[in-house]
Each structure stands twice: as C-alpha cells, then as structure tokens.
Design a protein. Structure first.
Lengths: 297, 429
C-alpha cells in the first residue's frame, strides 16, 4: 500500500516543489526590484554628489548616466565645508545633531512617562485623557504652526535651540504608542513590584522601560526623522544662523536664479549619514516593534 | 574692602555694558539668495558696520521658496526686520497692509536720481505715487536662440525690439525646428522652475498682454471679463498647443536643455540671468532676441527683488543709510554684474557693458523702455499670481484653457470682494 502511495506521490511532488521554487524566485525578483526602487534615489544622490559639474548633474538626469560617475571628485564636499553664511557647515551639522539628540532623548522620557501613567497610573479620568491625546493626534501640524510662532515669540524663545526642541518633545502619537506597548505588558509585573515596595517611578524606570526597547527604538527613529527633516519651523522661528539646522543651510543652494545641484547633493549626502546611523543603531528593535504590532494586530 | 572693590568693579562693568548697548543701533536685514548672494550681503553688512561705528547689522536669511512664509511669521510675531528684500509685484500688498514706509526721505539723493524709470515704477505704490522700495537691478525676459539651428532653418534674426518676430513667424520657426535634426525640443519656456515660483506669471503674463488682454482690468480691478476674455483664452490655448505638440521642454527635464550637451533645445524664453550660464557654455552660438509680438504690440516683464524699509523700524534713518550704502557698494555691484544683473540704476548700467549699445544683452535693455509692463500693482496680487499659475498648470496638463482661466478670474474677484475692493483702490473707480 505504502509502495503504491509512494509511487503515486512521487510524480506529484515534483511539480509542487518546482512551483514552490518558481514562486520563491518570483518573490526574490520582486523583493530585489522593490529594494532597487527604494535604494536608487539614495544611490543617485551619492553619485551626483561626486560629480564636479552642476550642469552635468542636470544633463544626466532622466538617463542611466545619472547613476554613473566617470570622474569622481570630493570637491563638492570640500566646497560645502567652506560654504558661505556666518557659520561653517560643520556648525549647522552640530546644531542639527544637538537638536536631534535633545529632542529624541527628552521625547522618549516625557512620552514614555505619560504613556505609562495612562496605562497603569491611578489618575482619575485616564480614559478621558487618553481620548484627548488621540484626538490631538489628528490635528495637522500645519494648522497650529502660526499660533505656535506667536506663542514662542511672545515667550522670547525665537532664535534659540530651545524653540526647536521644546514644542516637539511631547507628541500625542508617541504617548499613545508607549501607552499601547505598556498596556500589553502583564499586570503581574506591576503587582509583584508593588508588593516588593517599589515606587511607581521605580517600576517605570527599572521594570517597564527595560522591557520596552522596541517602543523606545520606534519612537526614537520616528522622532529622529521628524526632527532631522524639520525645515519650515526653523525658518519661521530662527533669525540668524546661530541655531539653524542643516536642512535650512541646504536650502541656500536653491537660489532664485540658479540651483547648485552639486553642492546640494553633497550636503544632502552628508545630512543623510546621522539619520542612517540612528536607524542602524535601533534597527533590530524597530523592526521587532513593527512585527510585534502587526502580530498583536 | 575686598567686597566693596568687587561690587564697584561689577557695577562699573555693568554700567559700561549698558551704555554700550544703548549706544549701539541694531538693524535687521531680511533677504534671500544663493550662497554667493548671502556672502555678498554679509560682506556689505560688515563694511557698513566698519564705516558706521555703533551700528550693528544683523542679517536674516530666508530661503527663496519659503520667503513669504518667513515674512508672514515675522508679521504675526511682530518681528518685522528694519530692511527687507521683497519681490516687486508684492509691494502693493505690503504697502496696503501697512508694513512699509516711504523710502524717499531715507535714501541718498544721488541714488534716487540714479534710478531708471522702470526701477521707479517697480518701487512705487500707485495710490499715493510714493516710492517704497529701491533696487540696484531690474529684470526682463528675452528669447535666446541657437545661432546654428536658426541659420539652418533660415530664420530671420531680429536686431531690435521693433523688429521682433510676429506670432506667425515664431510658430512657423517652432514647427521647422521641431523637424530639424538634433533638436529635441524647439523651445524651453523653463517649466523646470516649477509652479510655485513667480516665473509663470512673470514670464507668461506678457504673452497674454501682447495678445491683447491682461491678468486683471487695471481700471476696474476686476478679473472676470479680462483674464477669461477670448484673447487670453486664445493665448493660453496657443501655449497649450506648443506643449501638446511636444515643442516645449518638459518640467522634468530641468532648466539647462538650451545649452546642455548637444543643445537639445533650440530656443529659450528665459530671464536675463540665464545669459551668464548659457553664454559660458555656448560662446558665440547664442543669439539674444526680443520677445515675439503675439498681437498688435510687444510686451515684456519687469520687476525684481528690491529693498524696502519697514514701518516698524526703530532706526529708519540707519536702515535707509544701509540701503544706500549697499546700492553704491563697489563689491556688491561687481557681484551682481557677474550674474549678468539687469541694471536698475543708470550708473550701474554704465558699468555694465553687457547691456550697453553693442553689448550682447543690449536688446534686453531696449525692451525695458519700449515694451515692459509691470505686473498688476494691486494688493490682490498674491491671489492673482497664484490663481494664474494654477490655470496655466491645468492647461499645460491638458485642461480646458477657458475653464481654467474662468476659475482663476472667479478666484481673484472673490478675493477682491472679500477685501471690499481693497480700498482706496475700489474708491478710485
């Protein structure tokens, strides 16, 4: 019987295996194409930054020559290093990094604390507060930007680092994200710590936060990207180069009459490095956070 | 004893710091520009400070594409600068809104006497006929041609503004060029500048005016019946046809197809500033011609970024002195000339052989006196330009020109109605 079954099943298995192999090949090709589409703009950016002639960059656009540099040079990076303005490019980079690190650091602390209290705190009206937080999330940033400009200018905060950090520390989205993560952790953890006499802050700091690395990574990366790419806000609230970030400095290359694509590309390539570093540092937890969210659905 | 000495030292230091701060006059100068422009203005500020002890010039740079947002934020935050650079067609709106003060009493007389007529027009508010802004430069748009291609099709090359191509000639040449070997696009109208800059209204508006219509009726200040009149619809349909025929360099191809390798574009309807980069690449192959006459008369644009003193300035005298200083500054003039700056001061024209008789851009200078038409000096201009840009974009993307212009005219008139006709403009009817 088994011999018959074996002899019957063998011819059928081959097509199944071959179909699976074909499917895997198609899948790999598709993934490769998607990866290519995603990576190609970054590759183009780096290639263009190594070209010496801004007009050549433009001329190459729209053809495969855009992805190739025959005579690479670092001149654009050197020129970006000494570019005009009151301060050197390095200072703009420093400004951006300072704003990034402070906003991300403070954002993780403040939003996680708020999320923890909303999840496990004993404050009355938690549900109502949570509803307000979620409601605030749907208000677009653009609609509050002008009132915010008036507020910070009346507070005497314009042209400072603080004005680019403080308004963006607390975020309804990240509070909700932390809340959701904390709320899914077992209540027994909280109760055991309370029995051992730990304070609410100690429970938050020593038990819940160490378990929340995926949420911390997600919030850090998202806040980081948002902060790093801030463009309009720094223009509106800063007057001089003292605290201006790199994104505003790059805009200088887009003049009224001409665009300095060569230097803009080099500066953009430099601007990409720190945020790429941030992503690589948190990548493992970031991905697991997304996978976790998807599984928990 | 020691404490008393320390206290008196601190007090002395504090008093001298306060006295110094009180003596220093700080002026804020808001401007836009590319890296070289930012550096040039920075250098002027330093030179002015060196020549005027006790004056501190703080420059505020705002990127070109976010300049209006920055200005709005400054208005809302009560932080208007003392001196500001502004795009000339927006002057009426800023004066009407009460942001600027008349500049004549603040500027050196020799500089005022040096202004060209077109420069005076771009800085004058039509209601009180007072001067509110001044610039070193003005601007225009000309038709650049590739000599080799034009000779190959046997095109007539105009040598003066009176001699400009007619619409029939122009469209005939476009058709011939479209069939010529080596020409990918007969003309670049610089769609690559995008639809968020002033380019569309600035460069395409004169095509409407030359065709016999305008963006708005400049007596009744109503757009319906003018912008959507048959002449304007016909003009926009004509431009749409060029695009449909594949004669115009597409937006995605950038702004250098006229002089890029192998010269894919044969003509370029470009600003005066385009000359420097195109001539550097093409040498003697470049021909500068006046804008074609699309109807009975020729029309060309003018107006550029000019300097004004705000009403809230605490030191308007110093602000005016700074503007005068900048316009006379030799190094600043050299920098502007290096970018083929179009003279707005007679003395600067004398220093610019490019625009003098016999100069490569002489025809551009001739246009200013013969065909220049300022964009509507009216407070609703921000709405006018935005609505027109949308209409052109819609038509270039295949929309119905009549419907697009009608919608634009309605939008403009709505804004005027919402502002009660921008009195006293409305009262003048």
């Amino acid at each position: 019987m088994s011999d018959i079954a074996l002899s019957v099943s063998q011819p059928n298995e081959k097509p199944v295996r071959s179909a699976a192999r074909t499917f895997r090949t198609i899948q790999t090709v598709c993934i490769f194409i998607v990866a290519l589409v995603i990576i190609s703009p970054l590759f183009l950016l780096v290639v263009a930054s190594l070209k010496d002639d801004r007009f050549q960059i433009l001329a190459d656009m729209g053809s495969f020559r855009a992805f190739w540099v025959s005579d690479p040079t670092l001149n654009n990076f050197k020129e970006v290093g000494h570019f005009s303005g009151e301060l050197a490019f390095g200072r703009y980079l420093f400004n951006s990094l300072l704003i990034l690190v402070t906003t991300v650091g403070a954002g993780v602390i403040v939003n996680s604390m708020a999320g923890f209290v909303l999840a496990w705190g004993t404050v009355k009206g938690r549900a109502a507060i949570l509803s307000i937080v979620i409601a605030l999330y749907v208000i677009p940033q653009e609609s509050i930007i002008m009132p915010l400009v008036i507020m910070v200018s009346r507070a005497g905060m314009t042209d400072t680092f603080a004005v680019q950090i403080v308004p963006w520390i607390a975020s309804p989205l990240y509070i909700f994200l932390f809340y959701q993560f904390f709320a899914q952790l077992p209540k027994e953890l909280l109760e055991a710590a309370q029995i051992d006499g730990a304070s609410i802050f100690r429970i938050y700091r020593s038990i819940f936060m160490p378990l929340s690395l995926p949420a911390v990574a997600t919030v850090s990366i998202l806040t980081g990207i948002e902060t790093w790419n801030q463009y309009l806000w720094p223009i509106l609230v800063t007057q001089t180069d003292y605290a201006r970030p790199i994104a505003v400095a790059i805009a200088t290359f887009f003049g009224q009459d001409s665009i300095y694509w060569d230097r803009a590309m080099a500066a953009s390539a430099l601007m990409m490095i720190p945020i790429l570093g941030l992503y690589l540092a948190f990548q493992r937890w970031f991905v697991s956070s997304f996978v976790g969210s998807a599984v928990k659905g | 004893m020691g404490n008393r000495l320390l206290s008196s030292l601190i007090l002395t230091a504090a008093m001298s710091a306060t006295a110094q701060a009180a003596d220093t006059k700080v002026i804020h100068v808001m401007h836009q520009g590319d890296p070289a422009g930012v550096a040039a203005i920075g250098a002027v500020a330093k030179a002015f400070e060196a020549e005027n002890p006790g004056v501190d010039v703080e420059t505020i740079y705002a990127p070109h594409d976010a300049y209006n947002e920055k200005f709005s934020a400054a208005v809302m935050a009560n932080q208007l600068p003392d001196v500001m650079e502004l795009d000339a067609p927006f002057l009426a709106n800023y004066v009407w809104s009460g942001y600027l003060q008349p500049i004549k009493p603040l500027i050196d007389k020799d500089v005022l006497d040096d202004m060209t007529n077109s420069n005076i027009v771009q800085g004058t508010y039509p209601v009180d006929k007072d001067l509110y802004a001044i610039g070193l430069t003005d601007s225009t748009v000309v038709l650049y041609g590739n000599r080799k291609y034009l000779e190959e099709i046997g095109a007539r090359i105009p040598t003066s503004v009176d001699d400009a191509w007619t619409r029939e000639e122009f469209e005939g040449y476009l058709e011939k060029l479209s069939k010529l070997d080596g020409v990918k696009w007969p003309i670049d109208t610089f769609r690559g500048y995008g639809i968020k800059t002033e380019w569309i209204t600035y460069a395409y508006g004169p095509i409407l005016q030359s065709s016999g219509c305008d963006l708005i009726d400049r007596t009744t200040w109503k757009s319906a019946g003018t912008l959507d009149a048959d002449a304007c619809v016909e003009a926009l349909t004509m431009m749409q046809t060029w695009v449909k025929n594949g004669w115009v360099v597409p937006q995605s191809a950038g702004t250098n197809q006229f002089y890029a390798e192998n010269n894919p574009a044969a003509l370029a309807l470009g600003g005066h500033w385009f000359y420097a980069e195109a001539a550097a690449a093409m040498k003697d192959d470049i021909v500068v011609m006046p804008l074609p006459k699309f109807g009975a008369k020729g029309a060309s644009p003018n107006g550029t970024w000019i300097w004004a003193v705000t009403k809230t300035s605490e030191h308007p005298d110093v602000a005016g002195k700074f503007v005068s200083f900048m316009l006379k500054d030799k190094e600043y003039r050299t920098f502007i000339a290096s970018k083929s700056g179009y003279p707005g001061l007679k003395s600067f024209a004398a220093e610019s052989p490019l625009y003098a008789a016999g100069g490569a851009m002489a025809i551009a200078y001739e246009q200013a006196s013969k065909t220049a038409i300022a964009r509507p000096p009216y407070p609703a201009y921000p709405t006018i330009t935005s609505a027109f840009m949308q209409a052109v974009d819609e038509a270039f993307n295949g929309g119905d020109p009549k419907a697009a212009l009608t919608a634009a005219a309605e939008k403009i008139d709505e804004d005027i109605e919402d502002n009660d006709g921008y009195p006293p403009f409305g009262d003048q009817q």
